[in-house]
Design a binder for this molecule. Structure first.
Ligand code: SAM
Length: 318
């Protein structure tokens, strides 16, 4: 039966009934979906989180504190309990040597057939995380301070002098595009820890950082002179070097720092400079096309500690 006939369009009663019920079903589903979705969250998304920000925000801190309260958590003694058997690094290493973990392949040949990148036990139990006296977590503090101070982007290039076991470097490697993190380090054990344990265990081998063994501020292996860095930094390194070597390094690096926007950051102290006295130091830096921009203090997120950083930039072509 035709209900309406206008301009040649005819709608029968069954079609009308079907259309109305389909519309009602759709409306019901829409209403149900909106009422059953979780309450809207002020969680930062990639879109609304400030693209420039790498450091932890006040909202992040409030959120994690609220999670600790919501779960009624307090710090407990780490003793033997159901399913949890705390070990010191030393005990863990002994277990690894004697028992090789719960499930393992017998015989060296068989083990090597199944382990693509066999790692020394000392590195697996992370002895190297305690190599510098400071907590390993401090590496994140350094990264956040430097990345924001130098306004880094993933396509920036960064050079670390004395990256050690990558306590800081790992964060840069994760943040930067492949091949954009470079490091000169002299200590063989630290380099083994970086290459054999830290990069593979953090899933960062694909970032192909350029890590070079060396101790005499020779940067010739870091590509052609045209490689321009947005950030060159030395975290707790220059204080262990003879002043003469630091100056040699600065002389070689000045032309590799992006003019004006690029930054050199040196932590702890600048004895290589202050020993020369104010004017003489400034003159020597200026001769390299560098200028001192000031001192900064950065607080740690997790422990009562601050780090002192000295900032330099290149003001002209060297
Ligand atoms: C205190 S550690 C800091 C490591 C890393 N920057 C960090 O904060 O975790 C100092 C590092 O500088 C390295 N170092 C000292 N003198 C050096 C030199 N002349 N050339 C390259 N690396 C050097 C040491 O081997 C050590 O790994």
């Amino acid at each position: 039966m035709a209900l309406f006939a206008s301009k040649g369009v005819v709608i029968s009663v069954p079609v009308l009934v079907l259309s109305v019920s389909a519309a009602a079903t759709l409306l019901f589903f829409l209403l149900f979906a909106s009422s059953s979705s979780p309450p809207s969250c002020s969680c930062p998304t990639l879109a609304n989180r400030n693209a420039e920000r790498v450091s932890t925000s006040a909202e992040d801190i409030d959120w994690v504190k609220s999670q600790i309260v919501a779960n009624g958590l307090h710090m407990q003694q780490n003793i033997l309990r159901k399913g949890i058997n705390p070990r010191t690094r030393q005990q863990q290493l002994e277990d690894l040597i004697h028992y090789k973990g719960i499930s393992h392949y017998e015989g060296e040949q068989e083990a090597n057939n199944h382990t693509a990148l066999p790692c020394p036990g000392e590195l697996l139990v992370e002895e190297h995380h305690s190599n510098y006296g400071e907590p390993w977590a401090g590496g994140r503090d350094v990264f956040e301070f430097l990345a924001e101070s130098a306004k880094l982007k993933p396509d920036s290039k960064v050079l670390e002098i004395g990256c050690g076991t990558l306590r800081v470097g790992l964060h840069f490697i994760r943040f930067l595009n492949p091949e954009h993190f470079h490091c000169l380090e002299r200590d063989e054990l630290s380099l083994m820890a970086a290459l054999r344990y830290e990069l593979p265990s953090q899933g960062l081998l694909h970032k192909r950082p350029l890590i070079v063994r060396g101790e005499d501020m020779d940067f010739s292996k870091f590509g052609p002179d045209g490689t321009m860095y947005s950030l060159i930094y030395a975290s707790a390194v220059f204080l262990h070097m003879p002043d003469k070597l630091v100056w040699t390094g600065l002389e070689r690096l000045a032309s590799r720092l992006k003019p004006l926007e690029g930054r050199i950051f040196v932590s702890h102290n600048i004895k290589f400079c202050s020993r020369l006295g104010g004017d003489e130091c400034t003159k020597r830096l200026n001769g390299l096309g560098l200028e001192y921009r000031g001192k900064h203090i950065h607080d740690s997120l997790l422990f009562n500690h601050y780090e002192i950083w000295f900032e330099f930039r290149r003001f002209k072509e060297a």
